[in-house]
Design a protein around this ligand. Structure first.
Ligand SMILES: Nc1nc2c(c(=O)[nH]1)N[C@H]1C(S)=C(S)[C@@H](COP(=O)(O)O)O[C@H]1N2
Ligand SMILES: [Mo]
Length: 318
């Protein structure tokens, strides 16, 4: 495993929307042999106007929900991934990124809501404010990153479709395209990838749909054109390349829970005192660092989210 390191301290979080930093970095990308010509081109076609202008996202505002942790370098964020549709190796998603066809792309809204429908990705995103939010992402495999996402509020999106009183959960389904996605020709999971949240978790202001990172259109390997980010839960809850969002009355059957019900619960809140059956969750390696860090309750977001779980036994509802 190779992580090219451009030190994160070179990109202070206070500067991450600074135009010159991006241009400098893009020049760096074009000049480095590790990236083929394709990486210098637009990785997706989310917002064609801005893509033509150099693949930066326009009109991004800074959110108050942002950390000042040191950022994980761009190269690690985009070359060390879990995206089983593109292979199970950490470098497979970057290597196979162009197998994911992101245009045209539509998102189906289904289930318990007043306004179901199928929306083109552009129309889906257009009404919403693009926000930059630096979040921690903690993988169940005990590594973590700090990523400057560009996203939209999931609550704002969901409210637009007017969920009914029967909408107790929200289910997220990722792309199913075994013809193009090499990982889906192998039954590592019961494809497509399905995840879910309780409606109050989905409506929490920290939950976002990300469409970019480091100020740019989301690279395919990070779940283009749109993926969920739920920062207080293990990374696998943050479904990539979403094609369907469904409001349901009963708890969704999720791909990882079906694959290993004793290992991957529905909630999967980051919790250092509930071990994975095969390893401890007390510590984590922040990618790029040598010494391990202590894993924080709810990945450090306890103040914001602990009240969602008042009265619940989190050892039972892991
Ligand atoms: N569709 C889909 N979504 C997915 C995955 C996947 O394999 N398929 N992997 C998950 C896991 S385990 C993690 S840790 C994060 C990784 O996101 P990143 O590669 O953008 O850091 O994506 C999650 N979302
Ligand atoms: Mo993960």
């Amino acid at each position: 495993m190779l992580i090219k390191s451009k030190r994160a301290s070179d990109v202070a979080s206070s500067e991450i929307t600074d135009q010159s930093i991006y241009q400098q970095r893009r020049k760096f990308l074009r000049n480095t042999a590790l990236f083929g010509a394709s990486a210098a081109l637009a990785p997706g076609l989310l917002l064609p106007e801005s893509v033509i202008a150099g693949d930066r996202l326009a009109n991004v505002v800074k959110s108050a929900y942002t950390l000042d942790d040191e950022l994980t370098p761009y190269d690690a964020v985009t070359e060390y991934n879990n995206f089983y549709e593109l292979g199970t190796g950490k470098r497979d998603p970057a290597a196979n990124a162009k197998r994911l066809k992101t245009s045209p792309w539509s998102v189906a809204i289904e289930g318990e809501c007043a306004k179901p429908g199928v929306y083109d990705i552009e129309d889906f995103i257009k009404p919403h404010k693009l926000e930059e939010r630096v979040y921690r992402l903690r993988c169940v495999e005990a590594w973590s990153m700090v990523i400057p996402w560009v996203g939209i509020s999931l609550a704002d999106v969901l409210k637009r479709f007017e969920p009914t009183s029967k909408a107790k959960f929200v289910e997220f389904t990722s792309i199913h395209d075994p013809k193009n996605l090499p990982g889906q020709r192998v039954k590592t999971l019961d494809w497509p990838y399905v995840e879910g949240l309780r409606i109050d978790e989905a409506m929490h202001p920290l939950s976002i749909l990300a469409v970019g990172l480091y100020g740019e259109v989301l690279p395919n390997q990070n779940g283009a054109p749109m993926r969920l980010v739920v920062p207080w839960k293990y990374g696998f809850k943050s479904s990539k390349s979403i094609v369907r969002i469904r409001f349901t009355e009963s708890m969704p059957k999720t791909a990882w829970n079906k694959a290993g019900p004793n290992e991957y619960g529905f909630y999967s809140n980051v919790n250092p005192v509930v071990d994975h059956p095969r390893w401890s969750q007390r510590r984590e390696r922040r990618i790029g660092e040598f010494r391990k860090r202590k894993t924080l309750m709810f990945n450090g977001y306890a103040e914001e989210v602990a009240s969602l779980y008042t009265g619940m036994d989190l050892k039972k509802h892991f």
